[in-house]
Design a protein around this ligand. Sequence first.
Ligand SMILES: N[C@H](CCC[C@H](N)C(=O)O)C(=O)O
Length: 287
Amino acid sequence: MSGLGNRPYLKMNGIGNEIVVLDLTDGSHAVTPAEARAIAAREPFDQLMVLYPPQKAETDAFMRIFNTDGSQSGACGNGTRCVSWYFMPVAGKDRLLLQTPTSLVESRRAGQGFTVDMGPPEFEWQQIPLARDAGDTKAIDFSFGPVDAPIIQAPSVVNMGNPHAVFWVDSDPADYDLGTIGPQIEHDPLFPERVNISLAEVRSRDHIVLRVWERGAGLTRACGSAACATAVAAVRLGKTERKVRITLPGGDLLIEWRESDGHVLMTGAVELEHEGRFTADWFADAA
Ligand SMILES: N[C@H](CCC[C@H](N)C(=O)O)C(=O)O
């Protein structure tokens, strides 16, 4: 029987990115990929954020991030704001330092929402990771569609605690069939750990419109780490200033690539949808 039966959880969203928050800081259970998928079947989410006891001095919790398909991510910006909303009062703090398998993220309150310090991005092809050197990571040698008339091409690639490919488009990203394009690029052998795919339209030097196909979760209404990756890539290409508003289908995020230390700061809202409780039968097939 699963140790998750009868556990309380929160269903939240970060500008439409569907998030379940589960507090296991009592250290009594470790969620398996099969259990994550079983939760997704009953309480659909893009990411399940699980809090465990801290592993490092000065951190407030260790956090695992599961996608809909049971795979894990090292970063989730929208989910980290949701976790902050829940866990700051529990910890009695206005700042949190959270550790994931790949990153340390710090969050603090910002008006009605939260700002998350997503840390510094990485740009070496081995760090993304790519399967091979595909040229300058500001615009790699990759295209999708007919060779003589690619639909999209030359993405910027960034690791933001998780891998991102950002394709620059000249019209509304909603005009592209990302639901068809996304899964094919996600599984392209150039991306050995798969990849999150963004279509980005730069509207001005401080505004980008973005749509994201998420690795392991599919089309989502928002993706915080993709917004961070996009902002950083836009700055590297000279397309925008270091502070930019990013409009996703679910709302806006403010992103700043801070000059002093190279960290990326993401600010945005969260919403509590409802509280729930698992029952043992959810996990009958997830042993
Ligand atoms: N929604 C998340 C990112 C999920 C990334 C995940 N799909 C992966 O890298 O496997 C965010 O707000 O940053």
